[in-house]
Write a protein of this length. Structure first.
Length: 158
């Protein structure tokens, strides 16, 4: 996304299948490079694989895996190219993490370290969410220019 000309999206089919489909169609139609980062559950997560899609949804709802897309074509149209497609986290990360054995294992061998790392992960999720909200709230360049001109038009000459 920092390059400004690459279509980028983060998806989780179990959370929002329509979002995943829309992103794939947009990425395919984009006339430049596209990158889709997809959440993929696996048996190494230590889950019942029949609940994999529900775990994907929990990952999104906890804020661990936010959904977004960055479409440079929006900037050409004067819009913000970064769109945050998921709502703010609905529950703490630990409610998602402890569904999976990969996170539970440390609680058995070193509970204090597990708690410390879980707290750090939660802080990381909060920090990333704030950054994504900020990016999504930014006006497009043309909107900022319009706002600046409206403000300067109302100022008294110095």
């Amino acid at each position: 996304m920092t390059y400004g000309y690459v279509y980028v999206a983060q998806v989780a089919m179990g959370a929002k299948d329509e979002h995943t489909l829309r992103v794939f169609l947009e990425a395919e139609s984009y006339p430049g490079p596209s990158l889709i980062i997809a959440y993929s559950h696996c048996i190494a997560h230590g889950i019942n694989m029949t609940t994999g899609m529900q775990n994907q949804k929990a990952a999104v709802l906890s804020g661990y895996w936010p959904l977004f897309h960055y479409d440079p074509r929006l900037a050409v149209d004067g819009k913000n190219p970064f769109v945050l497609d998921s709502a703010a986290p609905k529950f703490p990360f630990k409610e998602f993490a402890y569904r999976e054995n990969r996170f539970n294992m440390l609680t058995k061998s070193n509970p204090q370290e597990a708690k410390r790392l879980l707290d750090l992960a939660q802080e990381d999720i909060r920090g990333r969410w704030k950054v994504y909200e900020f990016l999504a709230s930014q006006a497009s360049e043309s909107e900022m220019h319009q706002e600046f001109h409206q403000i300067s038009a109302h100022k008294e000459p110095v």
